[in-house]
Ligand binder design. Structure first.
Ligand SMILES: NC(=O)c1ccc[n+]([C@@H]2O[C@H](COP(=O)([O-])OP(=O)(O)OC[C@H]3O[C@@H](n4cnc5c(N)ncnc54)[C@H](OP(=O)(O)O)[C@@H]3O)[C@@H](O)[C@H]2O)c1
Length: 338
């Protein structure tokens, strides 16, 4: 009987998710197909055999489908972390922990040039979460791009999500008053109770403008926006004169085949209120990742911040996990444990 890792001495079996066709409308699990493939036991020149450990599930995966970066008919992939089983590249040896764009498989042969080695002895899930793309996005987006100052009112959308739940805590650490936006009363209660938001807005309860007026009576100094769409549009009116808007993501617009729309109020509200609006790709801060790793870990150790993980168990649950986070099933950083 196969254990999933080897049928013969020359090859291993691996499950593999194929992304079959471009979704019409919202993503559904039936456009993915799980198959079993054979993986060579030894990688070719310049290749590495990786045992996948955690795969990110992020709304960005859906955006990449829209953009054709994840191609229909090909294996599904995302950022992830794994362990090197065998290497045919001088840069890696068995046992190395590696991060990179990994196909949704148990094991995979991956070009060495697409992998980065992770040093340190952190629990491996952190490389996908706190000390990976999600954590670094919150860190550089909120602290470097956003420059929060003590006493300011900071508004965070998708505040209960991976990036958002860290951004809330980092703004709190900076001495700000935090208003988090999330979908549903339970999530909002969790944000106040567990994550440390001072006030919350349940955007699914409607009347966003009125909720913004009540929670931010003096206006918003800094808006860290993960979702775009109607929430960004409503927030423009709630900004203080001279306020800053950090565009982190556009999650409200990813899960659709319709055109992605920008908010009304650009440019006129920006002009009239002297607002600054800027985006950032977290990779722009690559040279400073070590700083983020050091600080984020230190703050976790002294209890000032806490990573919240939404772990989906098993590769077979990958598509269900992705569909789930697009509709807000997660609290904290979402990942599949392979
Ligand atoms: N700039 C960068 O370099 C960079 C890097 C990584 C990620 N990002 C962006 O960061 C954002 C957050 O990513 P993440 O991985 O941490 O995901 P996440 O926030 O954990 O998950 C997405 C969340 O979006 C919310 N959402 C979905 N549809 C919505 C809608 N129509 N209106 C309002 N909220 C909606 C859901 O929460 P509710 O239950 O509250 O609706 C869901 O939990 C994404 O936009 C992503 O693209 C940017």
């Amino acid at each position: 009987m196969s254990n999933g890792f080897g049928s013969t001495s020359n090859a291993r079996e691996s499950r593999q998710w194929i992304y079959m066709s471009v979704p019409e409308g919202k993503l559904t699990t039936d456009i993915f197909k799980l198959q079993t493939i054979e993986i060579p036991a030894q990688p070719g020149p310049g290749e590495v055999l990786v045992r996948n450990r955690y795969l990110n599930i992020m709304p960005g995966n859906r955006a990449y489908m829209r953009m054709g970066l994840i191609a229909a008919g090909q294996p599904m992939w995302s950022l992830g972390v794994g362990e090197v089983l065998a290497s045919n590249d001088p840069g890696f040896v068995p046992g190395d922990v590696v991060e990179g764009l990994l196909p949704w498989q148990d094991v995979a042969v991956v070009p060495a040039q697409t992998l980065g080695k992770r040093e340190g002895s952190y629990p491996v899930e952190h490389y996908t979460g706190l000390l990976g793309q999600t954590g670094y996005t919150a860190y550089f987006g909120l602290l470097h791009a956003g420059q929060p100052r003590a006493g300011e009112t900071v508004l965070v959308s998708a505040a209960a999500g991976g990036v958002g739940s860290l951004a809330v805590q980092l703004a709190k650490l900076s001495g700000c008053r935090i208003v988090g936006i999330a979908g549903g009363a339970d999530k909002c209660a969790w944000l106040e109770r567990e994550v440390g938001a001072d006030a919350t807005i349940d955007y699914k309860a409607g009347n966003l403008a009125e909720q913004l007026r009540q929670t931010c009576p003096d206006g918003v100094d800094l808006f860290f926006d993960n979702v775009g769409g109607p929430i960004l549009e409503a927030a423009l009116d709630a900004m203080k004169v001279g306020g800053r808007i950090i565009l982190c993501g556009n999650a409200s617009q990813y899960d659709s085949d319709q055109e992605m729309l920008g908010p009304k109020g650009v440019p006129l509200t920006l002009i009239l209120k002297n607002l600054t609006m800027r985006g950032f790709p977290y990779k722009a801060y690559e040279q400073q990742f070590a700083e983020a790793e050091r600080n984020l870990w230190a703050w976790v150790q002294d209890g000032r911040i806490k990573p919240f993980y939404h772990v989906v168990e098993g590769l077979e649950q990958g598509p269900t996990g992705l569909v789930g986070i697009l509709s807000g099933a997660n609290r904290g950083m979402a990942m599949v444990r392979v």
